[in-house]
Ligand binder design. Structure first.
Ligand SMILES: [Zn+2]
Length: 168
């Protein structure tokens, strides 16, 4: 059986769904966020029209379950509602007996996925080249770190990663 491939915003920033013919799944949370950016708006529309992207709202049962479980694992600040929606969608697919892989470079998502036994894969190991510079930052105190650091030295939060575009 094919795996359902779930992607978060880091995968979109990496351009992954635009250069592959695979079918991807994401949530309204992620799509709404990205479609506010003109660069993504048309491209996401094209993916939807060619059925290479499907936007699915996770069930409230899975959302509650991920939220509850992630609170024991992550500092709440490091996991956004969008992050939780991605993990909840994975949980929905798993409960429907699909095999699932979450493609993300977000440390907080990876960390919770690992603890909950949800398969994930970082993009940076897939030969993805970014048009910009990735920086790691703490969503608690906004400190910026080298890409080799993954925990904030001030507050101990797992760091978030964001892309700083060369030509904003
Ligand atoms: Zn911090």
């Amino acid at each position: 059986m094919d795996s359902k491939i779930i992607i978060d915003s880091t995968a979109f920033y990496a351009g992954l769904p635009f250069r592959s013919l695979d079918k991807y799944y994401t949530t309204p949370h992620i799509a709404d966020e990205l479609q506010r950016i003109p660069f993504f708006n048309n491209r996401i529309e094209t993916l939807l029209n060619s059925n290479r992207l499907q936007i699915i709202d996770p069930s409230s049962i899975s959302l509650q379950s991920i939220l509850k479980n992630s609170l024991n694992i992550e500092n709440k600040k490091s996991l956004s509602d969008a992050d939780i929606s991605i993990l909840a969608l994975a949980k929905d697919f798993i409960s429907e007996d699909y095999s699932v892989i979450v493609l993300t470079d977000d440390f907080a998502i990876q960390n919770v996925a690992k603890k909950l036994g949800i398969s994930y894969k970082p993009l940076i190991y897939n030969g993805i080249k970014y048009s910009g510079q990735w920086i790691n930052y703490c969503s608690g105190c906004n400190s910026v770190y080298q890409s080799t650091d993954d925990v904030c030295k001030n507050c101990g939060n797992p760091l978030k990663r964001k892309l700083q575009r060369r030509h904003p």
